[in-house]
Design a protein around this ligand. Structure first.
Ligand SMILES: Nc1ncnc2c1ncn2[C@@H]1O[C@H](COP(=O)(O)OP(=O)(O)OP(=O)(O)O)[C@@H](O)[C@H]1O
Length: 742
């Protein structure tokens, strides 16, 4: 019976792949047809064909991305219908449904139905595919009436199979085995902020990514034009997760690490934790505002300005009044400056006119000339700039930290010690904690050249024009004998989507003021109040998915409680959800990490580990200075135990470079370090870099130095210990932190 079932599923799945292939073939044909039309015809024809080619290529890429494990579930419903669930929706040519997209409402039953609440489902079947082949099926029979003697649950659970598989150094999707507590969060309402708290390995990142895909599917109209922003702690983390959304058929999400949230700035991590803590505090907003006001000066006495041999007078009173009127416009600094300059130029031109007329040489026709003379006179330019200097955010923040007198003036609330920490050279690189300050400055300063800012109306106009062009394209293509195989409406919709997607992605990197429709923040416990301020500016609707684990906070500027972190920005308009099952770490390792955290006074939510591992944590106590030697000694044993799996050596401080060079000497190019090297089978990284990642095996060097006692956080060691999916070893010369050994 089971063989027959398996054979049936294989046949059905082969049919789905055949349909996928047909769709691909159709796109390839369309692409070839467009390309054959080649670069003939008018410029407009050629660029239209390019647009079509890009559209077809995009669709082909989407169809290619969903190939692996295209289908993973089947529901047998009370109605007698069998419904297949997969990465995308598929229909026959005459629109008979073959497979339902996992994000469609009816697919929700696949993740939610239980024997107590069947939701019309009699049986849920997991199809376990390898490549395109169905390797096994696994049934949850929800309606007891369906159980017969020869039909029972089959094979290893799809979930455990996924959890036990070797890591690849890149995160993969969990679409086939999303658990019901995760699914509830993924499908929760788009409005407001949802906070997903969960211990290590509870699938927070996975949930965040699947939720982004779900929201884009369910609220396509709203989100395709506004876009979704996904924020993670570091570029290495972004690299780790970058393949998940494409595998779910979504390419429209803008991904950015905390250092990349300001267009044009590639910030490095903040090297000094105390500096990060100061720059992360909300009172930095007032400090930046002081720095802006500090750029507006009223001269202490009259200034004499020479224009064309004549002497004009600029009085403090004039400047003060022009400044008041400019400020009253409520515009940002650079934009209000335009008003300020206009007022003073007019007044100076009047003075000039009076002087010229008093000298009796001239007539009314010369007035416009005079205005130009005044505007371009060197003295006038210098005097007006001294009173109100045009300013970029970069210059403002750089001056603030590199000029002691500016820093002192702008930071009356800081202690001399804090000021000394902030002080740095003008050419110091931008750090992640500068990014919110630059953003704050940009907000207060406004456009340097206000005429350069494109209004919303203009954007709307452009969009409407592009739409009209898209329709015309279709007409022209048909006239040229190329069959686009789609209706005008379909094309217009496609172009709009593509346009919106590109626009969102492009604008995110080039336009600071772009307002996203939704923001997903991962490892959100690391964010400082100033970083939250920036993010809320990027999504004024405050539609957020916020995932993290307060116990894993390692940034000193980060959060100690969700209430404390979110109240300033969200008030009480956020809702807390919890994930309670640890899918990553075997119970022996998870328990050791929790014991250690508790012994160190850290309150952690201790999720229940879903599986037991083969090994308890191994502790090597060695003599002083022998940690790296022991590492080299035990590495073969670790590699053998992992049998081809990925191993991370997690070390902090001096041990990091020492371990790297010792292992390089023994293993050469097999050793990876830092972002983008996580597919190497041996990686040496710091606990910070390891945040959010996972490896089959982990060796932690000198755990006690990761306790970070000076800042009252034990997050780093907790993070390091919970990265392992199979095996954990600790090598310590200093006393092993309490609790680990049990
Ligand atoms: N429903 C699931 N099915 C299969 N695998 C899952 C499921 N949920 C989580 N996982 C796996 O568990 C591991 C941990 O997930 P993830 O990285 O999302 O956890 P996390 O809560 O973000 O962890 P941390 O806070 O430690 O970074 C990943 O390998 C993920 O694929």
């Amino acid at each position: 019976m089971l063989d027959a079932e398996l054979a049936h599923e294989r046949e059905y799945v082969a049919g789905l792949y055949a349909r996928l292939e047909e769709l691909r073939e159709e796109k390839r044909r369309q692409l070839a047809q467009v390309r054959r039309a080649g670069a003939v015809g008018t410029m407009q024809n050629v660029s239209e064909r390019d647009a079509f080619a890009a559209l077809y290529e995009d669709r082909l890429a989407q169809l290619d991305a969903v190939d692996d494990r295209l289908v993973f579930g089947r529901l047998d419903l009370d109605s007698g219908e069998a419904q297949y669930i997969g990465r995308i929706g598929l229909t026959t040519e005459d629109l008979q449904r073959l497979m339902v997209d996992w994000r469609a409402p009816e697919a929700g039953h696949f993740y939610q139905a239980t024997a107590f609440d069947r939701q019309g489902v009699r049986r849920r079947r997991h199809l376990i595919l390898q490549g395109r082949d169905v390797k096994a099926i696994e049934d949850d029979v929800l309606d007891a009436g369906m159980l017969t003697d020869d039909e029972s649950l089959q094979g290893e659970g799809a979930l455990l199979a996924a959890l036990n598989s070797k890591r690849t150094g890149r995160m993969s999707d969990i679409v086939s085995t999303i658990q019901s507590e995760q699914d509830r969060i993924i499908r929760s309402s788009i409005s407001g902020a949802v906070v997903v708290q969960g211990g290590p390995g509870t699938g927070k990142t996975a949930v965040a990514l699947h939720r982004a895909a779900y929201l884009l599917y369910t609220h396509r109209d709203r989100l395709k034009s506004a876009g979704v922003l996904l924020v993670g702690p570091s570029s290495s983390f972004m690299k780790y997760i970058e393949r998940v959304l494409p595998s779910l058929g979504e390419t429209g999400v803008v991904m950015a690490s905390l250092g990349r949230l300001m267009p044009g700035i590639h910030a490095v991590p903040e090297p000094n934790a105390d500096v990060a803590a100061i720059k992360g505090r909300l009172d930095m907003a007032a400090i930046v505002a002081n720095a802006v006001s500090n750029r507006m000066r009223v001269p202490a006495q009259n200034r004499i300005l020479e224009v064309d041999g004549r002497k004009l007078t600029l009085t403090p009173r004039q400047v003060r009044r022009a400044r008041e009127r400019a400020r009253a416009t409520g515009k940002p600094y650079n934009e209000a400056r335009v008003t300020f300059v206009k007022i003073l130029l007019r007044e100076l031109t009047e003075q000039m006119t009076e002087l010229v007329e008093a000298g009796n040489i001239g007539n009314n026709a010369d007035r416009s000339y005079l205005a130009e003379d005044v505007r371009t006179a060197r003295d006038v330019r210098i005097a007006l700039n001294l009173c109100w200097m045009p300013m970029t955010p970069e210059k403002l923040i750089s001056d603030l930290f590199s000029k002691p007198e500016v820093l002192e003036f702008c930071t009356p609330g800081l202690t001399p010690g804090e000021r000394a920490l902030l002080q740095r050279p003008a050419d110091a690189p931008w750090t992640e904690s500068d990014v919110p300050l630059l953003d704050e400055a940009a907000e207060l300063l406004g456009e340097l050249d206000p005429a350069a800012g494109r209004g919303l109306a203009q954007q709307e106009h452009d969009r409407a024009r592009d739409l009209a062009n898209a329709k015309q394209t279709l007409v022209n293509m048909e006239a040229a004998g190329v069959d686009p195989l789609m209706s005008a409406e379909e094309l217009a919709e496609q172009n709009r989507e593509q346009d919106a997607r590109q626009t969102a992605a492009e604008r995110a990197t080039s336009d600071r003021t772009w307002a996203f429709g939704h923001i997903v923040v991962d490892e959100a416990q690391e964010l400082s109040p100033m970083q939250w301020r920036l993010l809320v500016r990027r999504c004024p609707l405050k539609s957020f998915t916020i995932v993290g684990d307060i116990a894993q906070t390692s940034s000193v500027a980060g959060a100690n409680s969700w209430q404390g972190a979110l109240a300033p920005m969200f008030g009480d308009r956020w809702q807390l959800e919890e994930l309670t099952v640890n899918y990553r770490t075997p119970s022996q390792i998870a328990e050791a990490a929790v014991r250690m955290a508790n012994a160190a006074g850290l309150v952690v939510s201790a999720p229940k580990a879903v599986r037991e591992g083969r090994w308890a944590p191994i502790i090597d106590e060695v003599s002083a200075g022998a940690v790296v030697d022991r590492l080299v000694e035990v590495l073969p044993e670790e590699l053998e135990a992992l049998d081809g799996g990925l191993l991370a050596v997690i070390a902090d401080g001096d041990l990091l470079p020492q371990a790297t060079s010792a292992l390089r000497a023994a293993y050469g190019r097999r050793i990876g370090t830092g972002a983008g090297s996580y597919e190497q089978d041996i990686v040496v990284i710091s606990p910070r870099e390891a945040k959010g990642l996972e490896f089959d095996g982990v060796v932690v060097l000198e755990p006690s130095v990761m306790l970070n006692h000076e800042h009252g956080k034990v997050g780093d060691l907790y993070v390091a210990m919970t990265r392992a999916t199979q095996r954990l070893r600790l090598i310590a010369a200093q006393p092993v932190p309490a609790g680990i050994a049990g």
